[in-house]
Design a protein around this ligand. Structure first.
Ligand code: IVH
Length: 713
């Protein structure tokens, strides 16, 4: 989390009003960011459980301080992406409140009964699996499918009609006149997901992390012929705009949809009490592994539609429905061995080889063991974890799999430890090259690194392979058709040993021995496509090039910061070389870039000092021309060359937008107020930064004044 304020660790009930306001803002932004990652980019960075925890804290805050609820409350899902036409939902597509335990479900039932003042009258709910896919709204007019739209931000989604027409479960026509909007979930079966990933991998394309992402990626294709090749499925379970409802209960409406030709979930059941609901929940939980598609909980809905109407909605979710989420999945299995995987920067990553076990419908045979200390029972700050229990080969272990994340070994069952099990001895040499593997001590903190690293650097083939994989990867050079497997086999056969070799592959392909066409799995067309993809990347944006080099601590953001600051690659290189020779000004030119700092600067200087890296760069630059960033900076703007700090809550711009806008207009956007600050833009809730700026006599503007100044009001 980028901007974690200390309030994040305080219980909701103990926050002061100001802290609550800030915390609310922070949570809203954080949730919006994860919504965008999940819905907009199909690339979640946190587990569903972590996301739910953020949402829960937000709801707790709203309950504790209702005044907070306002324009900041995050909507549902992400803004629709720019590439599809937009569709405004006639009835907003809402979300569901979550429950995590039996008590939450009992509370829900009690709440509904109280709201409806039911006394001891009976009340029926439906309970059905919560499908882990993406929601879709299908609008039929006079029996014909006219639009299909994704949820988007709940009010406006993306028009994916052409793609939806390729889905077999979606009827093109229904036997019902008027306006009918069917809603439900698009998903992929486990088997189809595996087949798609196998194809992706073969084609050297990125594989999808899970069926949900694959379904989203398939539905949001600009070319519907691609969607047509992905066997997407659809379950109907809800509706939007309707001229008339075909029945009086949730259950019967869904059954009517079935009679119109829609697939509906066979595990939808009527329940008469919380107890009934919970027992169906446990039934579905048991079925989960054999369903053949991902579900992440059970949805309960009040069955009677007249009662649904009376219950209505609170902010983003209906009062008449609840999603009861499954806990993170765990399973017991035997640790058969520990393998060490050598990463790009030489880290020795311990991987558990497990007796295969099904965890939440997925067969798991590998899991991470994090690092040497983790295996020993020592945490990140030297503290004891698992009450100090170490993990040994032969142990029965508990494996945890939460959503998309890599499974991990959580604990051991000491009672089942074989008598002859010995503590695991973490290797002190690299399994790939035999060099010493050491744990560096961070000179600034005096703390030992958690990771043990191979010191073989350039002689280590594992590091070389991983560096190459990184070089070609999607966010780096993005060379299509050159995936991880291909790199490995080309590396092992000596075809590509260093990044520059990629660009001479075509020229070298004339020799009979190195002809790619004769390799297994390759043909004339695929070889041609690969060469074309490589040639396309002879010019790449500078930020991608810098990121692709794999300089330690320089991620995508670092690449961008450097590319923004240095006009071209040569000036970055020259500055880094001068800094390496002790030129303090050159060093400051890198270290002073906002977001860089000393550790990154050291790594950059070190990278360019290394003789081997210089040779590779010289060779590489004969084939690749990094292109300067073309973000145009407006030097004539009133804030050009000024240093600005944003503080407090902004109402019209997000923080990222404000920063980007400032930078585009030629300003430096800093995180803290100092004598160098020219301008402070302060929104409501501004605190110490505003005080300091006032003390220093720095000009202060409101957000509206700032927007007026830069002509964006
Ligand atoms: S009912 C007004 N039923 O879960 C809410 N949603 O977390 C109507 N979902 O956006 C939704 N399975 O994408 C409903 N059986 C089911 C569901 C389901 C999956 C999704 C849906 C919704 C999200 C809410």
């Amino acid at each position: 989390m980028a901007s974690r304020s200390t309030s994040a660790d305080i219980a909701v009930s103990e926050l002061t009003e100001r802290q609550a306001r800030n915390e609310y803002k922070r949570l809203s932004q954080e949730i919006a960011r994860h919504d965008e990652l999940y819905h907009g980019e199909d690339a979640p960075q946190i587990t569903d459980a972590e996301y739910d925890a953020l949402r829960k804290r937000l709801v707790d805050l709203e309950n504790a301080q209702p005044v907070l609820i306002g324009g900041d409350s995050p909507g549902v899902g992400a803004k629709p992406s720019e590439k599809f036409a937009k569709v405004r939902h006639a009835v907003p597509m809402l979300s569901l409140d979550n429950a995590f335990n039996d008590e939450d479900v009992q509370d829900f039932v009690a709440r509904v009964r109280r709201f409806l003042n039911l006394g001891d009258k009976p009340l029926t709910f439906t309970a059905e699996p919560k499908i882990d896919g993406l929601s879709l709204a299908l609008r039929y007019e006079d029996g014909k499918l006219v639009t299909a739209a994704t949820r988007g931000d709940g009010s406006e989604g993306e028009d994916v009609t052409a793609n939806a027409r390729t889905v077999e479960d979606i009827p093109q026509e229904i036997p019902q006149k008027g306006i009918i909007e069917i809603r439900g979930e698009i998903y992929l079966s486990h088997a189809d997901f595996a087949a798609i990933n196998a194809r992706q991998e073969e084609a050297g394309k990125t594989v999808f992390a899970n069926p949900r992402n694959a379904a989203a990626g398939s539905l949001r294709q600009l070319d519907s012929r691609i969607t047509a090749q992905r066997p997407l499925k659809f379950f109907a379970y809800a509706w939007g705009a309707m001229d008339a409802l075909p029945a009086a209960t949730q259950f019967d409406v869904v059954k009517t949809f079935e009679s119109w030709g829609f697939a509906t979930n066979p595990h939808m059941k009527r329940c008469e009490s919380a107890q009934d609901m919970l027992s169906h929940y446990h039934f579905i939980e048991e079925e989960r592994a054999s369903l053949g598609y991902d579900i992440d909980g059970v949805v309960y809905k009040v069955d009677d539609l007249a009662l649904q109407e009376r219950l209505g909605y609170v902010s983003r979710a209906p009062r008449w429905a609840l999603a009861h989420k499954f806990p993170a999945q765990r399973a017991f299995t035997v640790l058969e061995g520990i393998e060490i995987n050598v990463g790009r920067t030489g880290t020795l990553n311990p991987i558990a080889r497990l007796r295969p076990v099904t965890v939440g419908g997925v067969v798991v045979s590998n899991a991470t063991l994090h690092n040497e200390d983790y295996i020993k029972g020592i945490g990140g700050n030297g503290e004891e974890i698992r009450e100090g229990r170490d993990i040994r080969i032969g142990d029965t272990v508990i494996v945890l799999r939460a959503g998309d994340v890599i499974p991990k070994v959580l604990d051991v069952v000491i009672d089942k430890r074989p008598e002859d099990a010995k503590p695991y001895e973490f290797p002190t040499t690299c399994p790939a090259c035999g060099s010493h593997a050491v744990r560096d001590v961070n000179p600034r903190t005096g703390k030992e690194d958690a990771a043990r690293r191979c010191t073989g650097g350039l002689v280590c083939p594992a590091q070389a392979r991983e560096r190459l994989k990184h070089f070609v990867s999607r966010n780096a050079m993005d060379i299509e058709g050159l995936g991880g497997r291909t790199i490995e086999s080309f590396y092992d056969d000596g075809l590509i040993k260093a990044p520059q070799d990629i660009f001479t592959l075509e020229a070298r392909n004339s020799g009979s021995l190195s002809r790619l066409e004769s390799r297994e799995g390759w043909g004339r067309q695929s070889v041609r496509n690969l060469f074309d993809a490589i040639n396309e990347r002879r010019e790449v944006p500078l930020n991608r090039f810098v990121f692709a080099l794999g300089i330690r601590h320089v991620g995508e953001t670092g690449g961008k910061l450097l590319a923004r600051h240095f006009a071209d690659f040569d000036s970055l290189r020259e500055t880094a070389l001068k800094a390496g020779e002790g030129d303090a000004e050159a060093r400051a030119a890198i270290a002073d870039i906002d977001g860089m700092g000393p550790v990154v600067t050291d790594a950059i200087v070190e990278f360019f000092r290394e003789e081997h890296n210089r040779k590779i760069l010289d060779a590489l630059l004969e084939h690749v021309t990094p292109q300067p960033l073309t973000e145009t900076i407006d030097q004539s703007s009133p804030i050009a060359g000024k240093t600005i700090v944003f503080t407090g809550s902004l109402e019209q711009l997000t923080r990222d937008e404000a920063k980007a806008l400032g930078e585009r207009l030629g300003a430096k956007v800093a995180g803290s107020v100092s004598k160098k600050t020219d301008l402070l833009v302060a929104g409501p809730g501004a605190g110490s930064k505003l005080t300091k700026a006032t003390e220093l006599g720095i000009e202060t503007l409101t957000e509206a004044e700032f927007l007026q100044l830069v002509g964006r009001d």
